[in-house]
Structures are given as structure tokens and as C-alpha cells.
Design a binder for this molecule. Structure first.
Ligand SMILES: C[S@@+](CC[C@H](N)C(=O)[O-])C[C@H]1O[C@@H](n2cnc3c(N)ncnc32)[C@H](O)[C@@H]1O
Length: 273
């Protein structure tokens, strides 16, 4: 069977997803696929493509199928052990880089809930700053370590498996703490897309009944780990929740600036001591 045949025969998933699956299986760039539609596909490869198409039909995210997601122009390895990095999270990296340009003395940074390592690795790659990446999931940290190695950032990153700051020595202070912690509430959980709810790790998404349980603990613990004039940059899930977490950060003495994403939803809080 030729590439052109499988493209014309497969109707159950989108064309772009199919091209991505073919490109992943044949280790060819997408443009090459379109320029070589007469190429014969071996039986084993064909069976593999068909299996991946079935996975996609039952809702498996394309990034888990192709084991890759671009974040801040870097190709991150991803699988079911980690949340797929979202484009809106790039806002946190942009904010951190802007602050780092103005305050080049900043040298102690922590990425809380690192998952695939997206935030910490993107910052480390751009600045060479040493970063501590923390996650409660050992499995997620294996993926983050793999990414640090694949993206050649491993020298300047330290990985810690910990429930928030529990594994960080009391008295150790950071100039900047970034956090994209789980923030989906119990009420929102049923409305979450199947692709997300059935495939991505619940521990990466579910933030307790009200959605802010992890952030509440984070806000209680962070004063012990933040330098006096330090920065906290958090991703949040919308206006109501943003207001609540902003209040928590203000209670511990930070001045908080709110930023919205492209859909005009409150997405990021920057607290400054
Ligand atoms: C929303 S994901 C963010 C992943 C990644 N930072 C990103 O932006 O793509 C939240 C991450 O926080 C981790 N996490 C959840 N509860 C945690 C806790 N109590 N302490 C540390 N990490 C936690 C999850 O394992 C998950 O990797």
C-alpha cells in the first residue's frame, strides 16, 4: 500500500493528525510525506499506523501518540506520565525571562510541579541559570530528566521529588518560584474534555474540591522559601480562581499583578515581595 492510499482511505481522524502519525511511524518530516505519496509502506509499518489511528479515534492525544510536544520552540518528549505542556504556560516563561533581563542577579529559581520540565528547562536553556525542578510524581520527574538530557539542559538542573516544599530544606531561599500546580475543581472535572480527563494524569490537573487546595498549601509554605524581594509566578484557571489565589498571595505580603491569556481569561499571577 502507498502513502496516498492510506491517506485517502482513512476517514476516522483528521488529515493533519493522520499525517503526523504517518510522519512519526516512518520517521519522515510532514513535508516529505506529502512529496512522497507514492512511497510503499511496509506491512509492519502499516499495522503500526492503523493501531495509532485507533488510539487517536478513542481520544488519545496526538502528543502522547507521537511522544512529542513543542513548548517554547523546544521539542519536549511527553507520554502519559506527564501533562502535555500548554501554549498558555509559555506566558510564565516569558514573564520569568523578562524579570531575569531586568534583574540578572537572580540565581536561585524553583519550578514547582515541573511535570515534563517544560517551564524549568525552557528558562534554563535561555539563561543558563541553575533551576530546581520539583514534582510529587517520580514518574513525571523521569520524563523531566529525560527532557533535560535530550534538550541538553541537564547540567544546570536539579530534580527533587517532593510534596510541594516538604523535600526542600527549611531556610533554603529562592529568588523566583514558578508554579503551574493542579487547579481543576470537582465541579469542573466532569466538564473536562475526554482527551484530557481520560488520558492525562489526574494528579496534574485536579486541585481538590474547590480547585485551589494545592495552591492554598503552596501559599502557606512559600514564605519560608522565598527571598524578601523574590518573585512568585503562578498559572491559574480563570477569573474567579485567579482572584482567590491572588488574595492568598497578598495575605502573605506579596504585591500581585494579574495577566490574561489570549482568550481573555485570567491565567497568570506575578507576586513580588
Ligand atoms: C498542571 S501540571 C504542570 C506541569 C508542567 N509544569 C507544565 O506546565 O506543563 C501540575 C504538576 O504538578 C505536580 N503536582 C501535583 N501536586 C503536587 C504537589 N503537592 N507537590 C509537587 N508537585 C505536585 C503534578 O504531578 C504535575 O506534574
Amino acid at each position: 500500500m502507498q502513502i496516498r492510499d492510506i491517506i485517502s482511505e482513512t476517514k476516522d481522524i483528521g488529515k493533519l493528525d493522520l499525517i503526523n502519525i504517518i510522519s512519526f511511524t516512518l520517521s519522515m518530516r510532514k513535508e516529505e510525506i506529502l512529496m512522497n505519496v507514492e512511497r510503499e509502506i511496509e506491512n509492519e509499518q502499516l499495522a503500526h499506523i492503523k493501531n495509532l489511528v485507533k488510539d487517536r479515534m478513542r481520544g488519545k492525544p496526538l502528543s502522547y501518540i507521537t511522544k512529542s510536544k513543542e513548548f517554547f520552540s523546544e521539542p519536549f518528549f511527553v507520554d502519559e506520565r506527564v501533562l502535555i505542556p500548554r501554549p498558555e504556560t509559555e506566558l510564565l516563561v516569558e514573564e520569568a525571562l523578562q524579570i531575569l533581563t531586568k534583574k540578572p542577579h537572580i540565581s536561585h529559581i524553583l519550578d514547582m510541579g515541573t511535570g515534563s520540565g517544560a517551564i524549568g528547562i525552557a528558562i534554563s536553556k535561555r539563561t543558563g541559570t541553575h533551576i530546581v525542578c520539583v514534582d510529587i510524581s517520580m514518574e513525571a520527574l523521569s520524563v523531566a530528566r529525560k527532557n533535560a538530557f535530550l534538550l541538553q539542559a541537564s547540567g544546570s538542573i536539579h530534580f527533587v521529588c517532593s510534596d510541594l516544599f516538604r523535600g526542600i530544606k527549611r531556610g533554603r531561599k529562592f529568588d523566583m518560584v514558578l508554579a503551574n500546580l493542579p487547579y481543576v475543581s470537582h465541579e469542573e472535572w466532569d466538564g473536562v474534555m475526554v482527551e484530557v480527563r481520560d488520558f492525562e494524569p489526574k494528579i496534574a490537573l485536579y486541585g481538590g474540591v474547590g480547585g485551589t487546595e494545592v495552591y492554598e498549601r503552596f501559599a502557606r509554605e512559600i514564605p519560608h522559601y522565598l527571598e524578601k524581594d523574590g518573585y512568585v509566578i503562578c498559572e491559574v484557571g480563570g477569573d474567579t480562581q485567579g482572584k482567590k489565589i491572588k488574595g492568598m498571595l497578598e495575605t502573605i505580603g506579596l504585591t500581585v499583578v494579574v495577566k490574561k491569556d489570549l482568550s481573555d481569561r485570567v491565567r497568570m499571577l506575578t507576586g513580588h515581595g
